[in-house]
Structures are given as C-alpha cells and as structure tokens.
Design a protein around this ligand. Structure first.
Ligand SMILES: Nc1ncnc2c1ncn2[C@@H]1O[C@H](COP(=O)(O)OP(=O)(O)OP(=O)(O)O)[C@@H](O)[C@H]1O
Ligand SMILES: [Mg+2]
Length: 438
C-alpha cells in the first residue's frame, strides 16, 4: 500500500502538483467510495483530475474511467483539466484524444491501454453500458435524484471499480447520505468535509470579502461547506402557500398574469392571479407549439379572465411574440430581463412567499410549479457573484411565469397608470429585507 501511495506522490511531483494537506488525505485513501464535500475553490476539481489521471496511468492491461457531472459543461471542468495535464506532461502517451468525443486514450505505464471519457448525467441513456474501473463525479450533490443509484454506481459493480464524488454540499439529499456513510458508518466509504479556507493557496481576505457580500446561509453552504437544509432555497414557505384551487373568472375582479416564453427546450408558462390577494386562478404550461397557436392560447385565456393584464418576458426572441400578443389584443406589458431586473422580480416573489402573502395551487394541482419553486436556488458563480436560478437540468419557467404575474399584480395594486413601466429597476426595499446583494 505504501509503495502505491509513494508512487502516486512521485507521479504528482512530476506533474508539478503538490497537494495541500486536505487533498493529500483524499489521494492517500484507498476506500472504494470517497466523498469530498468541501467549499468552493477548495481544490476539488484539481484533486479529482489528478486522481483520475493517476488511475489512467496505473499499470494495467486495460482500464476505463469516467468523469461525470450533472451537465457536459460541468463534466468538462475535470475532463479539460485532465486533457491539459496530458498535453503538457504526457503527450508521448496519447493514443487518441478527440475533443468532440470527450475521450482520451492513453498508453499507461505498463504499456496497456487506458481510456478516459467525459459524461453528462443529464443524458442517462449515455450512462448505460460499460463496466468501469473508476468514476469521478463532479458537482455530485447537484445530480438529479436517482442518477447515482440507478445509473452511475451500477457501472462499478463488474470490475469492483472505485468512485470519487466531489461537490459543495447541498441540502440533505443522497449526497449527504453518502457523506454520512463515509463518517465511520461503512468501511467502504470515506468522506471529508472542509471549508474553502483550508485551501492554503486561497486568499483569506478574499473569502472574508465574500462573507460580507453574500447571504449568510449561502456563505455557510458554499464556503463553509455545511450541509444546511434549504440553505440555498430562494423561496420559503412554498408548501404553506400551496393551499389554493384553480377557479373560473368572476366579474369585477382585476386579474394579473405572467407569461414566460419557451426559449429552446423549455416550456411556455402562463400564470393568472386575482390581483387583490395574489391567489392563482389559472396556470397553463405548453411547449413545442407553433408561436401563432401559443399567441391564440394566451389571448383566449387572458380574454376569459376579464382581459387580464400580463407581464411578458420580452427579452431577445420574446420581443416578436410580445408584439404578436399586442397585435392580437392581449393586454400585455414587456419585461426586459437584465441581471438587475431579474433580481428585482425574484426578490418581489421571494418577499411574498416570506410573508405568505400569495396563494398558489395545491401541489397535486401544480406539481411542476411546486417542484420548481422549491428547487430554485442561490448559487455562487465562477466570478464569485450570487445568482438565482434552477439547479442544473431543471426548468424555471413556472417560477418566472409566477414572478411576472406577481409583478403585474403589484403594479395593478400600487400604480395602475404606470403599468407600461414594468421594466423599471428602482431600488427594491425587499432586497434589503432579505439581505440579498446582487
Ligand atoms: N494543490 C494545489 N496547488 C496549486 N493550486 C491549486 C491546488 N489545489 C487547487 N489549486 C488551484 O485553486 C483553484 C481552485 O481549485 P479547483 O478548481 O480545483 O477548486 P474547486 O474546489 O473545484 O472549486 P469550485 O468549487 O469552484 O469548483 C484553481 O485555480 C486550482 O488550480
Ligand atoms: Mg470544481
């Protein structure tokens, strides 16, 4: 065992990689399941890339390993790191390396053939098939539920392969379960949980600046690497507000609506609410329909609800659809999305949920809406900014449709005459009350 670890160390040395103490613990462990739940910029991706490359170079007749993540973009982070290392230090061992296929074939130290492939878990069909010697999963806590259990872990059975799952923590899902097994519960598992600041290369001052910039629960999760239930959730009290029924239009009620238009592969969502108590009365969700049919469908629904005023996401390709809606007589106002205007829109909705000041349909009546609202989360971008959005692989069109409806209802209530001004981005008082900075 000692020899192997020493060899790996020497190999890392040749690659100019000196693991920091936390990374060293991960590299030294020989547990078949390793779970690294550490803060952002801790060095997870580099550590995993080095581990994958070391496995590929190990003397074997043949070996195959995967680098998987919730999306191709994310899988590429580890895969490209490996690719760079190979180009820089091991070019003479390349048999094939094709970007388009996310596949590297190397001649390993015994002259055998080792293959490394990049895989996206948002396409489970591509996860079928071969038995693996090793598997790395980056951003593992963000995999869709069930993917690890039903697709990935299966690949390791035939060859008794090892897995290294790396991620910042996120709530208490399957990743947390695996993490707990690694805390002494199961001898096959080993897990680590270190905050970002245990990476000695990381500037401590920068981290403290981040602490002041982002909401505390986001900081604790992303940098502190704490497993906090609902820590990244943007909307609180979703279930408490999900007690409503859909209903038919009533005369003398002013209805307000929001329309999020399908862009490439998502849905168009129309949400209509009673503007007095922000009770949702109508939801419609459709996709892959011709634009003319969509316009007709929205026109007919809004007409039925007393010519409801709706806010429409008119950004980019939404603009011509917005124009068609106006031409069809829909009482629509444009909402242009910018980082700032989106923050205002989401904050407004977050505050309504915080104060339980709206009523959405019961979960059985609007399951996709409830799912999206509960999943909608804060995250920290590569540039260190806090953004809100759906987790990888999930939609947010119900959330945006609802947020636009709430915005339209707000305008109806407060300053009806300025309805056309919905795109304005005045400083919002709720931002302060929620402690958010964008
Ligand atoms: N042992 C090390 N020696 C030198 N640089 C390192 C080491 N570990 C990590 N780094 C550098 O620190 C930065 C963060 O590392 P990495 O991207 O691996 O972290 P991460 O935990 O995956 O971050 P994120 O949460 O953003 O995905 C990178 O620039 C990486 O090159
Ligand atoms: Mg990373």
């Amino acid at each position: 065992m000692t020899r192997l670890i020493l060899d790996k160390k020497a190999f890392f040395h040749d690659l100019d990689y000196e693991p920091h103490p936390g990374q060293l613990e991960v590299h030294s462990s020989r547990h078949p399941r390793r779970i690294v739940a550490c803060g952002v910029r801790w060095g997870k991706t580099l550590c995993a890339a080095m581990e994958g490359l070391a496995a590929a170079m190990a003397p074997r007749d043949r070996s195959i390993g995967w680098v998987a993540a919730p999306t191709y973009d994310l899988a590429d982070r580890v895969f490209r790191e490996i690719q760079l290392l190979v180009q820089r230090h091991l070019a003479h061992r390349i048999i094939t390396m094709r970007d388009s296929e996310r596949k590297i074939v190397l001649r390993n130290m015994a002259g055998g053939i080792s293959e490394i492939r990049g895989k996206s878990a948002d396409n489970p069909v591509s996860l079928l098939g071969e038995g693996l010697d090793w598997l790395i999963v980056d951003e593992a806590s963000r995999l869709k539920p069930g993917i690890w259990q039903s697709h990935l872990s299966q690949r390791l059975i035939d060859k008794k392969g090892w897995a290294l799952l790396i991620s910042t923590p996120k709530g208490k899902g399957y990743f947390h379960e695996l993490f707990k097994r690694g805390q002494g519960k199961d001898p096959a598992y080993k897990s680590w949980n270190y905050p970002s600041w245990t990476n000695p290369i990381l500037d401590r001052e920068l981290i403290e600046r981040e602490r002041a910039r982002v909401p505390e629960r986001v900081f604790l999760q992303e940098y502190g690497a704490e497993f906090i239930e609902g820590s990244g959730a943007v909307f609180r009290n979703v279930r408490e507000c999900a007690i409503g029924r859909l209903s038919e239009p009533q005369s003398n009620v002013i209805y307000a609506g929001g329309l999020d238009l399908a862009k490439t592969e998502d849905y168009t969502v129309l949400v209509i609410m009673d503007s007095r108590d922000r009770r949702i009365v109508h939801v419609d969700r459709f996709h892959r329909l011709d634009w003319a049919i969509q316009v007709a469908r929205v026109q007919s629904a809004t007409a039925r609800f007393n010519n409801a005023r709706i806010c429409v996401d008119s950004t980019g390709s939404g603009e011509p659809v917005y124009e068609s809606l106006r031409a069809a007589g829909v009482n629509a106002a444009p909402y242009q999305f910018t980082q700032r205007s989106k923050a205002d829109l989401i904050n407004n909705l977050a505050l309504l949920f915080e104060e339980k000041d709206l009523i959405i349909p019961e979960p059985r009546l609007w399951p996709e809406g409830i799912d999206e609202l509960e999943a909608f989360e804060y995250s920290v971008t590569d540039a260190g900014n806090v953004r809100t959005g759906a987790p990888f692989g999930m939609h947010d069109d119900c959330v945006i449709g609802l947020a636009l409806a709430a915005w339209a209802a707000k305008k109806n209530r407060v300053v009806q005459c300025q309805f056309a001004d919905v795109g304005s981005t005045v400083e919002s008082p709720m931002r302060k009350s929620l402690g958010l900075r964008f």
